[in-house]
Design a protein around this ligand. Structure first.
Ligand code: SF4
Ligand code: SF4
Length: 224
């Protein structure tokens, strides 16, 4: 190696070192985007669209909207949902099929959202709770209707309104006897006269034969 080659490689090395330190220096002063989980669990922001696990929607009184129609069960592509129903007697003596248990297996769910989209009453939704890790697979099978089932009281049928008597038709206006009401005369059909077709104008007759002109007298004299 010559002295020239030695200094050339030395400067190349220094240039590469400075470039690398430049990138490191930039990252030192830029804002950090890495999430420090689980230290930041209290302030962690998860997108609302993230599908963590299926859950029932309960209102403040502990009612849910599931009518046990099994539409979600039929539309689930991999048998993750099992809707178990039961028959109950209502106050009005009728029977009704209601939800008994809503079973969901998180271990086989593909989070496709078909069950939520096809539910006619919007009874279920996905929560964005992502902390679902457990040590046993059987724990992933959950009953989603965790509150005691409550049946809303059947509303009493509204009393029928009393049938109002039908209004009598108004009497026809009296017509005085002496006023004869002429029946409208039938319009007689107007006889249509046959159209007279004008005869074609007769050609003008040739004029009567013109009287012969008298012969000149000179001729008569010669003959004498
Ligand atoms: S998200 Fe898809 S796979 Fe999961 S329960 Fe609903 S329909 Fe089944
Ligand atoms: S969650 Fe919705 S689709 Fe499933 S059984 Fe209940 S009402 Fe039907």
């Amino acid at each position: 190696m010559t002295i020239k080659e030695y200094f050339s490689s030395l400067f190349k090395g220094l240039h590469s070192l400075i470039k690398g330190m430049e990138v490191t220096g930039k990252e030192l002063v830029t804002k950090k985007v890495t999430e420090q989980y689980p230290e930041n669990r209290d302030t962690l922001q998860i997108s609302k669209r993230f599908r963590g696990t299926l859950q029932f929607i309960y209102d403040d009184e502990g009612y849910h909207k599931c009518i046990a129609c099994k539409s979600c069960e039929r539309n689930c592509p991999n048998g993750t949902i099992e809707v178990i129903t039961k028959m109950i007697d209502l106050d009005n003596g009728k029977k009704k099929m209601v939800l008994d248990k809503y079973m969901y297996d998180l271990g086989s769910c593909t989070f496709c959202d078909l069950c939520v989209l096809t539910c006619p009453t919007n009874a279920i939704e996905f929560s964005n709770d992502f902390e679902q890790s457990v040590f046993r697979r059987d724990v992933l099978k959950k009953q989603l209707n965790y509150l005691p089932e409550k049946i809303k009281p059947t509303p009493a049928p509204a009393p029928k309104p009393a049938a109002a008597p039908a209004p009598k038709p108004a009497p026809a206006a009296a017509v005085p006897k002496d006023v004869a009401v002429d029946a409208p005369k039938a319009v007689e059909p107007v006889e249509k006269k046959p159209e007279v077709t004008p005869e074609p104008a007769q050609a003008a007759k040739p004029a009567a034969e013109a009287p012969q002109a008298p012969q000149p007298e000179s001729e008569n004299n010669e003959n004498k």
